[in-house]
Design a protein around this ligand. Sequence first.
Ligand code: ATP
Length: 333
Amino acid sequence: MGSTYQAPSLLSVQNVTKRYGELTAVNDMSLDIVPGEIFALLGPNGAGKTTLIGCICGMITRFDGNITVAGFDVRDDYRLTRRLIGLVPQELNYDSAFTVRDVLEYQGGYFSAPPTPDKVNEMLERFSLADKADRNTRGLSGGMKRRLMIAKALMHDPVLLFLDEPTAGVDVELREELWEFVRDLRDRGTTIVLTTHYIEEAEALADRVGIVNFGNLLRVAPREVLMESLGHRSVEVRLHEAIPADFIAQMDALNLEKAGPKTLMLHIDRREEDAPGPGPTDRLLRALFDAGLSIERVDGHQTSLESIFRQIIEQDNSKTPDAPQIHPSPEAP
Ligand SMILES: Nc1ncnc2c1ncn2[C@@H]1O[C@H](COP(=O)(O)OP(=O)(O)OP(=O)(O)O)[C@@H](O)[C@H]1O
């Protein structure tokens, strides 16, 4: 029997619980983050994402359970683990009396020796802030402010970067630009954990997704696995003429339904697609051809991560009264 190689975890969260009085903000969460991945914690407002980050990054120290970064305990070895972590919080937090360069110089010296001018210039270039270096931060656009926050969090070269709601409230164009910066960071070797309530963001960026609701980590899976296990594919076939009355009955080996007088919907299980021999789409198209029916168009559909997320959260909410709202993606209808 061969065994599957498992990369050692960079961050290990073991049975972490955080209560505020009667409220359990984080409920017995366990999670391992491996080096080099982008991990998205996806959940509605109030799910406990920021609280978990607070426990990992040292803003919250009173919690049950254990958290280690590179094997070091975040409470016992706080100085060391904080040095390994970069955090971009939800709120922009720098003194707006400073210039862009001041912010980076000051932050660079926070965990280690003050940065060299070369290091500051490199970060200014990398985050497209060089021409604004000596400007006051008050005059920056929203996108520049976000980039400055990321650059600031990276000044001490952390191995693990937390982005708490990196694109909350930003427009679509800026969001895509920030996604590019995040991908670039990962390609340069930084491991990234981001929180989001935008499914689209997790779908665009994450290697793995953890779904959180009411303090519970409901599911952790590679994005593709989540989509394959819960998502399904369907093929919509529109004919030029009405579907003959007995056609669907004759095709009882396929999961086929009538979606309109001239429209068929074929639901496909991934396992069927992987089986040897002609797949379900092939069989349907052949049968239509043999029956002398002509096809106007064929469209494929794939369940999105958005509907998978909704399925999981709604199942969980049905067990819990006073469920919070699920946020749609900003441009979702
Ligand atoms: N300091 C605090 N005192 C009391 N309750 C708190 C405190 N901080 C957070 N909570 C509560 O804990 C729960 C989890 O909050 P948290 O901010 O972690 O959620 P979140 O998933 O990050 O939400 P959002 O997406 O809105 O940032 C919420 O019910 C929140 O009201």
